[in-house]
Design a protein around this ligand. Sequence first.
Ligand code: T5A
Length: 219
Amino acid sequence: MNKGKFISFEGGEGTGKSTQVKILYNHLITKGIDVVLTREPGGAPGAEEIRQLLLTGNPDKWVPMTEVLLFYAARVDHLNNTVLPALKAGKWVITDRYADSTFAYQGAGHGLGASVVQEIHRIATNNFWPDMTVLLDIEPEAGLGRANIREAALSEDKREDRFEKMEGSYHHRLRQAFLDIAGHNLDRFRVISAEGSIDQVADRIWQQVATTFGLAHGK
Ligand code: T5A
C-alpha cells in the first residue's frame, strides 16, 4: 500500500498552530506532495458538528469524562472519513491538533489521568499515532495574548474560546503536560520554540520536517 505521512501540530492556545499548518501545507505542495490539511476537533462533517458542542459555552459545561468521549467521537469520525482514506491514497495529512491534545487538556489539565485516556485511545483508534508531531512551545501568557487579539475581533456568537477562558494555572499545567508527553515520545515529537516572527517559526518547522522525511532543506 502506498502510505502517506501523518503530521500533527500541538501546543497551547495561540501558539501559532493554525498559522503554521497552512505555511507547511503550502510548502509541501510546492515540493509536489499531495497534502490534506485538517484539524481537530473537526475535520469531517460529523466531527465539525461535535466541535460546536465542545468549543462554545461555559468552561465547566462538561465533566472531563463527557468531554473526552466527545473528543474521541469526533476523532473516530475524522480518522475514518478524512485521515485514513487520504493516507491510504498516498497523500500526506497535516492536522491542527490530534490525540496528544486530549492527553494534555483532559488527561493532565483536567486530571482525568493518562491511563484512562490511553485506554480510550487504544479502543477508539487502535492506538493510531502520527509519524511526526510538532509541538509549538511558548510562555502561556504570550500565546493567550495572541489568541485573545484574534478572538476579540469576532462577534460573541462566533468565539470558540471555551478553553481560553480557563484560569492561568491551567495553561501552565497544560504547557508542562505537553513537554512531558514530548519527553516520553522523543522519536515522534519535535519541540519547536513558537517565539519570534511567523517566518522564523516556519523556518524552524521546515528544517525539522525536511530532516525527518528526507526532503531538500531549501525553499
Ligand atoms: N482540545 C482539542 C482539547 O481540549 N482536547 C482535544 O483533544 C482537542 C483536539 C481547540 C480547543 O480544543 C481543545 C484545545 C483548544 O482549546 P481551536 O479553536 O482549534 O480550539 O484552538 P487552538 O487549537 O488553541 O488554536 P488557536 O486558534 O487558539 O491558536 P493557534 O492555532 O495555535 O494560533 P493561531 O495560528 O490562530 O495564531 C493566533 C494569533 O496569533 C498570531 C496569528 O496571526 C493569530 O492572530 N500569530 C502570531 N503573532 C506573532 N508572532 C507569531 N509568531 C505568530 N503566530 C501566530
